[in-house]
Design a protein around this ligand. Structure first.
Ligand code: ADP
Ligand code: 5GP
Length: 201
């Protein structure tokens, strides 16, 4: 019988739409089932972010050298910084036989579609641009310049979200409702993994 391999899940959507919040809830509730693909980034860590947990914080020189060595599944330039998913980040989660969650931007989604990762694609959108701006401002993590870049990118991301590139779109207006929708969409995958874990006991 073929080895059981849970399908990864890509979660994408404009910056500030609530991806990290939803992912954190999911990982807290289902520790045994989901593993986060820890991306690399050249941006500075925000207060509370941990190196090696939220991201691998790195320099552009180091990251470009690693890209040249073929260590990345995909990379993207976003808001003046380089972001990327290393092969190791995904392998580490797959080895644990968990569902690998990738939080990546639209460029990353396009790149992943060219690989054999075959994930499910989830788009998280805000109720409207006003709410998105309020959330980004409320998070107090962005400079005015970074805020504007993120809002600018959001327009393109929202357009791409309507092209049929994603398996599901979840509107994160009320957080609890959005979270229920996310869990609902992933319920089959969670159930299959649960069954597999039970079978292996
Ligand atoms: P992303 O990871 O998509 O950039 P975050 O998860 O950091 O977004 O969320 C951005 C901000 O919006 C955070 O301060 C978060 O607490 C807040 N937020 C998330 N979801 C909601 C929601 N449904 N309603 C109001 N605020 C929200
Ligand atoms: P932030 O700086 O807010 O953490 O992330 C900015 C954007 O980069 C978000 O849209 C996030 O999904 C995306 N991102 C984070 N890690 C990666 C990655 O490894 N690859 C790509 N392509 N985008 C990423």
């Amino acid at each position: 019988m073929a080895e059981f391999a849970p399908r990864p899940v890509v979660i994408s959507g404009p910056s500030g739409t609530g991806k990290s919040t939803l992912i954190k809830k999911l990982m807290d509730d289902y520790k045994e089932y989901f593993g986060f693909s820890i991306s690399h980034t050249t941006r500075k860590a925000r207060p509370g972010e941990e190196d090696g947990k939220d991201y691998h914080f790195t320099t552009r020189d180091e990251m470009e050298a690693a890209i040249d060595r073929g260590e990345f599944v995909e990379t993207a330039e976003y808001s003046g910084n380089l972001y990327g998913t290393s092969k190791k980040a995904v392998e580490d989660v797959l080895e644990q036989k968990k569902i690998c969650i990738l939080d990546i931007d639209m460029q990353g989604v396009k790149s992943v579609k060219q690989t054999n990762l075959k994930p499910r694609y989830i788009f998280i959108r805000p109720p409207d641009m006003e709410a998105l701006e309020d959330r980004l401002k409320g998070r107090k993590t962005e400079s005015e310049e970074s805020l504007q870049k993120r809002l600018h990118s959001a327009i393109e991301e929202l357009e791409y979200g309507q092209t049929g590139a994603y398996d599901v779109t979840i509107i994160n207006d009320n957080l609890e409702i959005a979270y229920e929708e996310l869990k609902g969409f992933l319920s089959q995958d969670i159930a299959e993994l649960k069954k597999e874990k039970y079978r292996k006991r």
